[in-house]
Design a protein around this ligand. Structure first.
Ligand code: ACO
Length: 330
């Protein structure tokens, strides 16, 4: 009998502290009008300095577990997609597992830029289909404020902090769940979007700190050009892969990096705005947090129904890009 991963629970968390465009005007040479017209962002949520990625992940995960009606100990595996782990090691997944579960379960971090959650969903889905795992917690959590240079106006205005978590569970002979995914990574564009120092290539030193190389660096224009091609490609490829067309898609949940990037995809596909979820104005780019935040918000607005075909699509550092198709419900 074929098994498929269905979504049993979804939880999200954004820190309460809000940094709006006017606050940023006091930090860097920018203005509300530039930020809104070039990015669509009005405000973003920023974690307190002592609040870690695993803290945010835990809050989102507890909501997802509760919705799924299970305890941490009912999980077989924890995948945390993040670009800002609490520490390079131990993994954020291991830290999270220790808080959620009384008994150890397997856990691993996954790093694929802002596409991390799309990758994690596909990997969890394949693990469940294999029959070796039954319930997997998939988390996307990033504290981008910890790697954002608040002296660099070209990046400081873009990012925020958030986490989202999904409980995936195997179900026999179901029409619901993860129908398929499309994943790509191409390191030839890696330097367009990178955290240059702190790894084996450029270990931390007084010089790397002085040169501000522990902050995210981005070639915005080239990343933009890549994104407007990558997102539509991923949507088309994933729908073809599962034998569907755009007409079958009820809702598109795109990575929220820049409103203009989303608008380009909407225009390309001639989509009715009702079929696309956009909430970038209130959160900015929270990396792997954007898709669960947007999906959860759409759900609470009554825009997600049992049986709906939902496409999640993202692009990010790597470069990476990809999409999942989910038939909502279980
Ligand atoms: N406020 C005011 N002016 C600014 C700001 C700012 N915050 N930032 C840049 N400018 C200026 C520039 O200096 C430039 O001035 P100049 O013409 O005098 O040289 C002018 O505005 C235009 O700059 P551009 O870089 O051409 O602006 P653009 O319209 O391309 O917008 C942006 C820049 C928003 C960064 C855009 O390129 C973008 O969104 N790129 C993609 C970013 C993205 O998707 N990142 C993904 C991250 S995913 C992950 O893995 C974390």
């Amino acid at each position: 009998m074929t098994k498929r991963a269905v979504v049993k629970g979804l939880g999200t968390y954004a820190p309460p502290r809000v940094l709006n465009n006017h606050d940023l005007e006091r930090l860097v040479d920018t203005n509300d009008e530039w930020i809104v017209t070039r990015t669509g962002i009005k405000e973003r949520h920023i974690a307190d300095p002592e609040e870690t990625t695993s803290d945010m992940a835990e809050k989102a995960s507890r909501i997802a577990l509760q919705e799924a009606g299970i305890e941490g100990d009912d999980l077989d595996f924890v995948i945390v997609a993040t670009n800002t782990p609490d520490t390079l090691f131990p993994s954020t997944a291991a830290r999270l597992e220790a808080r959620l579960c009384d008994h150890p379960v397997a856990g691993v971090d996954l790093q694929a830029g802002c596409t991390g959650l799309i990758y994690a969903i596909e990997m969890a889905s394949a693990m469940i289909q294999s029959g070796n795992f039954h319930r997997i917690l998939v988390v996307g959590a990033d504290k981008l404020s910890s790697i954002t240079d608040y002296q660099d106006r070209t990046t400081a205005v873009l990012f925020g902090d958030a986490a989202g978590a999904l409980v995936l569970e195997g179900q026999e002979s179901t029409e619901f769940g993860i129908l398929g995914s499309y994943l790509r990574a191409d390191g030839r564009g890696g330097d367009l979007l990178a955290l240059p120092a702190g790894g084996s290539r450029l270990p931390a030193s007084a010089a790397t700190v002085q040169e501000r190389l522990h902050f995210l660096k981005m070639n915005g224009n080239e990343t933009f050009r890549f994104a407007v091609k990558a997102m539509p490609e991923a949507v088309e490829k994933v729908l073809t892969k599962v034998g569907m067309t755009l007409d079958d898609m009820d809702l598109l949940v795109p990575h929220q990096a820049n409103l203009r990037i989303i608008d380009a995809a909407v225009r390309r596909f001639n989509l009715d705005p009702d079929r696309v979820v956009i909430n970038i104005e209130r959160y900015g780019n929270t990396s792997v947090g954007t898709i669960p935040l947007a999906l959860d918000e759409a759900r609470h607005q009554g825009r997600v129904h049992r049986g709906d075909v939902i496409v999640l699509v993202a692009f990010g550092a790597g470069l990476t890009w990809g999409a999942n198709v989910i038939r909502w419900g279980h």
